[in-house]
Design a protein around this ligand. Structure first.
Ligand SMILES: C[S@@+](CC[C@H](N)C(=O)[O-])C[C@H]1O[C@@H](n2cnc3c(N)ncnc32)[C@H](O)[C@@H]1O
Length: 239
């Protein structure tokens, strides 16, 4: 199943989305009126950010770049943008795992890293967190997600954010699932943006950390086997 179809159900992905949107809305309320710059890596069709700002009176102040490599999702998100009349929000197709895609869009006040950390190696999660201050404006909020399936990486991720100069604003475990959402605010000084830095690469389907959660649910050992080299899977990423 393509990951975004799971949003249609009342499952954990929909509840995770609701938490991400609530955190975005409370950040908007905290900041009050005025310009807000946001970026979203592996944004999909942008439903977290676009849904959260739909009824925000200051939405025309939003300047945002949403990066994904799936052109179907980008086309859907772009149609939604047009309906919302948001002229300064853009979807950009490309490799979100490299900082080059953010040139001209950072430093940002809001950085969304949702649906990434369960699909990449632990070292890539750590690298992404370590480089996060290079994407941030002073006091920026980073919102991220990761499943808490064993071995639970979220304590380490929270520690890495602390070491990178962030304070924890929220950590929410979605009841009845392994899904979790974190929000960390940069309290240290931001660091200058650098283009060309590799943050992460999605692992092949079947080798992603999130596949462990699925295999536990289904009891299907094949869910964690790496794909055969000559038959790549069509999956574009799991939550
Ligand atoms: C699990 S989805 C998350 C989407 C969205 N952030 C959310 O939480 O609903 C992962 C997304 O990452 C995208 N993706 C995977 N690797 C990417 C890369 N290197 N560059 C850009 N997008 C990528 C996929 O196309 C997919 O839309």
């Amino acid at each position: 199943m393509r990951w975004h179809r799971q949003y249609g159900s009342s499952g954990s992905l929909g509840r995770r989305l609701a938490v991400v949107q609530r955190l975005i809305r409370s950040e908007l309320a905290r900041r009050g009126p005025g310009p807000l710059r946001a970026v979203s890596l592996c944004a999909g069709d942008g439903r977290d950010l676009l849904g959260a700002i739909a009824s925000w009176p200051g939405r025309s102040d939003l300047v945002a770049r949403l990066v994904d490599r799936d052109r179907t999702l980008i086309a859907r998100g772009t149609r939604r943008l047009a309906r919302m009349g948001l002229a300064r929000v853009e979807f950009v197709p490309g490799d979100a795992g490299r900082t080059t895609c953010l040139e001209g869009a950072v430093p940002a006040d809001l950085v969304l890293l949702c649906g990434i950390f369960g699909n990449v190696s632990d070292a890539d999660v750590r690298r992404t967190v370590q480089h996060a201050p290079e994407l941030c404006a002073p006091g920026a909020l980073v919102i991220w997600t990761r499943g808490r399936f064993a071995p639970d990486l979220t304590p380490s991720i929270r520690e890495w954010f602390a070491r990178a100069g962030f304070d924890e604003v929220a950590f929410v475990s979605i009841p009845g699932s392994t899904a979790s959402v974190g929000a960390h605010r940069l309290s240290a000084s931001p660091r200058p943006y650098r283009r060309g830095v590799r943050l992460f690469r999605f692992l092949p389907a079947g080798a992603r950390p999130s596949d462990r959660a699925r295999s536990l649910r289904t009891g299907n050992k094949r869910a964690v086997s790496p794909p055969k080299k000559d038959t790549p899977r069509a999956s574009i990423g799991e939550p």
